[in-house]
Design a protein around this ligand. Sequence first.
Ligand code: ATP
Ligand code: MG
Length: 389
Amino acid sequence: MKELILLKSGEMALKGLNRSYFEDTLIRNCRRRLESLGKFHIYKSQSTIYVEPQSEEIDLDEAVDRLGRVFGIAALTRAAIVDKDFNDIKAKAPGYLAAWLDTANTFKVEAKRSDKTFPMKSPELCLELGAVLLDAFPHLTVNVHEPDVTVYVEIREKAAYLHVDQMRGAGGLPVGTSGSATLLISGGIDSPVAGYMMAKRGLQIMAVHFVSPPYTSEHALEKVKTLCKKLTPYCGHIRLAVVPFTEIQVAIRDQCPEDVFTVIMRRCMMKLAERVAADNECGALITGESVAQVASQTISAIACTDVACRMPVLRPVIGMDKDEIVKIAYKIDTFETSILPYEDCCTVFTPRHPKTKPKLAYVEEAESKLDSEALMQRAYEKIEYFVIG
Ligand code: ATP
Ligand code: MG
């Protein structure tokens, strides 16, 4: 039987005149995500997006799985395409719905008729199709309040569609509709989750990662690439900038007081990330910081790093507990990669007693010992770019 996937867009419905832009972006994102599976005809009509495979061989389960991770989709369902003729509906419904109805005890039928020229009205359609299904599956009874399965028959513009309950989509807004932002990605648990959360709000994500060879290994960089790859089902392809950070860290270690090493290092990160962001037309930075998780994430420390750059810094996990962040990391399948034990540059030369309440004046004074402009310029010139996904 010919099938397709029906998508309901979410929050976009609220966006008035921009709606078309949101829907067109969503369609483009769906196309890209399905590209490697085969040819699909994807189009919108009356607030539904239709995803029609153009060959029988296409793996629709995989397509549903991929579309389930595309932001901007509130709900989705596989459906059978039948003629707008009750005889065809009647003939095909039992066969198509057997997979769900064989194991159910109760069901109901819901009909939607957006094509008002169809001769049967919705209540009549429900009754007639209900009777056909009761005949075909004698073990079933009707329960209109709490059915095990709800069967939908939708009479639309081009055809009629049969399906069961819809699946919840990934929600959020289509990636790209809110602009672009640069994610500071470490190999840790928090930053990939932060990237996922902001992509959900419609931001196209690019990433920047700082490496300190030989203190950090090639494995650590590979791990970050793997994390980016794991984000691509949600974010689309990710451009990754890798910034060599060893010289800066060594200079801070040698020339600045130990107790503000981390804060100064993080200020340098923010400044370099801001340059990368500007080069790549991003309007904001994203970090995985969470208040008081570590010494560099107290309010005083964040205050010192926040003023190092002028771009807005988005910190979507700022108020979350570790276990809440971990839950999302499991959901998006980054957790197992994040806990691989490779050293991040943030843990290289960590001071024994970091200041938990650094004062900006003290930090700036300490930082002035450093020729930070020249150091950062050298690092900037050695940035390497990769495209992941
Ligand atoms: P994460 O789990 O994301 O590593 P964390 O709790 O370990 O976070 P830190 O190591 O202090 O905290 O880092 C705070 C934030 O700084 C990270 O969430 C990330 O956004 C950024 N960051 C840390 N290390 C790097 C790095 N090597 N490259 C790019 N960004 C980094
Ligand atoms: Mg970390």
